[in-house]
Design a protein around this ligand. Structure first.
Ligand code: HEC
Ligand code: HEC
Length: 300
């Protein structure tokens, strides 16, 4: 919490204590000393309406003490917990340390379960129903926002169920992706190849998956591809998981496979980023969610 300046802190303290003591003063000042007996004439407040007089009985005793207890409670509370300007309270309680205590308690409770799963290899774990329910929950909370609730991905976000991998689908490759994150670097070619060059190489890329529309430029396109693209996408265009360079021959597209999509990819480049989860989830939870991702494309 931000500190208040000492003026505003003082102001809050004066207002808060002022209203607590003010309430008590109000209560005490209107209190009548004794309860009148039944025979004694009770004073009226002087209000009469339609023949009904308003009597001036004292507050019932329980009512009075309820207010006194309330005042005492609020003073004790304000002494123990933060509430008076910058005064931290005698207990030193904060929302943050309470949250941290609860997290530590949960770690203590669930830590051993996660640790047990963490020592099971990913392939075996992916067959364990209970672990996979946990994995699905971790997935829904952390991954579905980008990869979709069914993990089928979307524009720029890979499908995790289709056995087509940018960075490899072996258990340890999936885990490395999730632990450390991935940053893809597809350079922009607009400036160096020009619109004409983009057209030619785009036709060649389309031809790799059997959908070229302008076959007259394929030879030149292939030449451009060999010069500029094979370092990452490979001689045959099948990609390279070291760079996350996609297979261009399988008609599965991260950014769409129409001529327009491909030309846009080539003109401007692409830089997909998968966040790293090691710090956020910790290694044990990453292990479980890795097994869940593994299970999606390795169903019996
Ligand atoms: C430095 C390595 C590198 C070079 C060189 C490179 N690419 Fe890429 N390319 C990538 C990476 C990495 C991606 C994935 C980008 C992403 O995931 O955001 C990619 C993505 C693509 C895609 C999008 C595929 C999809 O599924 O949507 C196309 C098309 C493509 N590259 C074609 C080419 C062509 C054509 C060339 C040569 C003119 C080329 N690339 C040169 C690394 C490279
Ligand atoms: C902010 C969006 C975002 C979130 C959240 C996210 N991812 Fe990703 N993920 C991506 C992107 C983008 C890529 C592709 C990177 C690239 O273009 O090279 C990716 C790639 C991957 C890959 C590699 C796929 C392949 O073909 O090799 C896996 C596996 C993966 N994510 C799993 C997860 C898991 C599990 C979680 C949750 C713990 C998660 N992702 C959360 C954006 C996200």
């Amino acid at each position: 919490m931000n500190e208040l300046s000492s003026f505003w802190s003082g102001w809050v303290i004066v207002l808060t204590l002022g209203s607590v003591f003010g309430s008590y003063w109000l209560l005490a000042s209107v209190r009548k000393g004794h309860k009148p007996s039944n025979t004694e004439k009770v004073e009226t407040t002087g209000h009469v309406y339609d023949g009904i007089e308003e009597l001036d009985n004292p507050l019932p005793r329980w009512w009075y003490w309820k207010f006194v207890i309330l005042v005492v409670f609020s003073l004790v509370y304000l002494a123990l917990y933060p509430g008076l300007g910058n005064f931290k309270g005698l207990l030193g309680w904060t929302q943050i340390n309470q949250y941290e205590r609860e997290v530590a308690k949960a770690e203590q409770e669930f830590g051993p379960i996660f640790a047990k799963y963490a020592s099971t290899d990913i392939e075996t774990l992916s067959q364990d129903d209970q672990a996979m329910r946990l994995g699905q929950r971790l997935y829904s909370n952390n991954c579905a926002i980008c990869h979709g609730s069914a993990a089928t991905g979307g524009y720029g976000f890979p499908n995790l169920t289709d056995n087509d991998w940018l960075y490899g689908g072996a258990a340890h490759e999936i885990k490395t992706t999730i632990l450390d994150g991935r940053v893809a670097a597809m350079p922009a070619w607009g400036a160096s190849l020009g619109e004409n060059g983009i057209h030619k190489v785009a036709q060649y890329v389309m031809d790799l998956s059997g959908q070229a529309t302008d076959t007259s430029v394929l030879d030149e396109g292939k030449q451009l591809f060999t010069t500029n693209c094979v370092a990452c996408h490979g001689q045959d265009g099948k990609g390279n998981k070291l760079f996350g360079a996609p297979n261009l021959t399988d008609n599965i597209w991260l950014y769409g496979g129409t001529e327009q999509n491909i030309k846009q990819t080539l003109r401007n480049g692409r830089a997909g980023q998968m966040p790293a989860w090691k710090e956020i989830l910790g290694e044990d939870k990453v292990h479980i969610v890795s097994a869940y991702v593994y299970s999606l494309s390795n169903q019996e």
